[in-house]
Design a protein around this ligand. Structure first.
Ligand code: ARG
Length: 512
């Protein structure tokens, strides 16, 4: 649902507030003063309402901005503040727009080639992603005025002389999927065909950072990237260079769904920002110290370490909740397995065989992707993970439990029954406590496994330890260092658990 601003004007009266005592007590001078005061407020309110609504009439309270946050310094992830934030030149402009037009900004990150479909299906209200208005795009979406000029460049390793379009013929060249750079390479190939030169082998990737990694790994020879972004990468990686190619790429504009009423108010604020120097200020802020190497390796990771470590809490919470739910489920399954009633046994065994016979990662994906389709609930990654883990762990633990129960001396069971102890009491007071004691070490092992396997939830995007390490890796273009940090943290956690387990085991042995 959308709320509209401007509806209430500056002062919204939501509740009836009785006048304070002194006001009610007073006679006509008080009354007169108060009613005059109220009248003034109402008039001001009314005027304000009209003047606001003339600009912001059609602007919903919350606007979703689509972006592809792989485009430093325009939009990129920043985890140095302990949380994952999207920042940059475009984001600053969007924030200023939201301030001036009175809406709350929500940023949705996706691959660049998903942005135009997102606009067309109205999943986002506008897009700021360094997007260039082209005639083809204009047929499907609307654009604001241009707010930044850009040029295409060739990024390649320093030593090879790939600096002109002609030098690219016959080489493997990367471009971001769905970008104007992809089109640019196709145009170059038409030219190559005309000149009877070998064609460029075009390779596309979803994210610009992936293109850079491919160049560094020598899997592609070069990539076409816009100048300001290229400057950033070549600054961080001295072994890369960029050369501007003559064609003028065009500029960046804000994109909207076709026919959006936002275009006019956005253009108005953009024009003001140009005039009052705001755009220039933002440019200074984001482009000036672009591409200075931020130190090597671990040095670059240091500001993001708190963000990575924040994943410990997520991982532990995840493990704990899954372990508890899984255990409860396992008790139910185990009781079914030893029940007299055959269908119970059959069901529980079939369940166990399915959950032990399919990969855990597949179960996670199934719960996460199928739930919205089956029950219409858009399940968060964390919940989906917990459910899949509990279902899976329940299957394994139920076997352990069953074995534990069967291992408790059969005589005890017979004795209890012959003494007339009811089945439930016999289970909860006599059999299960002893069974639990026997299988405690096995349960602790299951806990350790859960802790390590919890890293699998990063595949569906839950912000656990591993996920955070990969986010930081993508942000800094460094994968080794953050992964090593995560590995150390996992190892320490598992070691602590293992130590706890062996202490427990020794105690149990002594008490036995
Ligand atoms: N200006 C180019 C285009 O419109 C590339 C933009 C890429 N933007 C991004 N956030 N990756 O296609």
């Amino acid at each position: 649902m959308r709320f509209r601003s401007g509806q209430f004007g500056l002062f919204s009266v939501k509740r009836f507030v009785p006048l304070p005592r002194f006001a009610r007590l007073g006679r006509s001078p008080w009354k007169l003063a108060i009613s005059t005061f109220l009248l003034i407020i109402m008039t001001v309110n009314l005027i304000a309402q009209f003047s606001v609504s003339s600009v912001a009439q059609d602007i919903p309270k919350v606007l979703q901005m689509g972006t592809s946050a792989d485009y430093k310094p325009f939009e990129f992830h920043d985890t140095s503040g302990g949380e994952d934030k999207i920042v940059g030149f475009d984001v600053d402009i969007a924030r200023r727009l939201s301030e001036d037009l009175g809406f709350k900004l929500e940023i949705v990150d996706m691959d660049f080639n998903g942005l135009i479909p997102a606009l067309q299906s109205q999943r986002v209200d506008f897009v700021m992603a360094g997007m260039t208005p082209t005639p083809e795009r204009k047929r499907n979406i609307d654009f604001s005025q241009i707010y930044y000029e850009a040029k295409n460049t060739i990024i390649a390793k320093q030593n090879n002389s790939l600096t002109t379009i002609a030098s690219l013929y016959g080489k493997t060249v990367g471009a971001q999927l769905g970008s104007t750079q992809e089109e640019a390479v196709k145009t170059m190939n038409q030219e190559a065909a005309k000149q009877k030169k070998p064609a460029i082998n075009l390779v596309t990737r979803n994210r610009v950072s992936e293109l850079i990694q491919e160049i560094k790994a020598n899997r592609i020879d070069a990539a076409i990237v816009e100048d300001t972004v290229a400057q950033g990468y070549t600054g961080v990686y001295p072994d890369l260079q960029f050369s501007v190619i003559e064609n003028n790429e065009g500029g960046y504009a804000i994109a909207f769904p076709k026919g959006s009423t936002l275009v006019a108010p956005f253009n108005k604020v953009l024009a003001t920002m140009k005039k009052d120097g705001t755009l220039e200020r933002f440019a200074k802020k984001w482009f000036e110290d672009q591409g200075k190497p931020a130190g090597i390796g671990f040095q670059q990771i240091i500001p993001s370490i708190p963000y990575i470590l924040g994943g410990i809490g997520v991982t532990l919470a995840f493990t704990l909740v899954s372990a508890i739910l899984g255990f409860i489920w396992a008790v139910v399954l185990a009781l079914m397995k030893i029940a007299e009633f055959k269908p119970f046994r059959w069901l529980a065994n079939a369940y166990t065989s399915v959950f032990r016979g399919t990969p855990l990662i597949l179960q996670i994906a199934l719960v996460y992707f199928a739930t919205p389709q089956l029950v219409g609930y858009d399940i968060p990654a964390f919940q989906a993970g917990v459910i899949a883990f509990a279902l899976n762990s329940g299957a394994y633990v139920s076997e352990t439990l069953r074995a534990g129960i069967l291992a408790v001396d059969k005589g005890q069971r017979e004795a209890a029954l012959s003494l007339g102890v009811p089945y439930r009491l016999m289970m909860t007071d006599i059999i299960l406590p002893q069974a639990l004691k026997n299988i405690l070490p096995a349960l602790a092992n299951e806990g350790i496994n859960l802790l390590k396997d919890s890293a699998l939830v990063s595949t569906i995007g839950a912000a656990d330890l591993l996920r955070r390490a990969t986010v930081v890796g993508a942000e800094k273009y460094l994968y080794f260092e953050p992964l090593i940090i995560a590995a150390i943290v996992y190892y320490v956690m598992v070691m602590l658990l293992t130590m706890g387990t062996s202490v427990l085991e020794k105690r149990l042995q002594r008490s036995a």
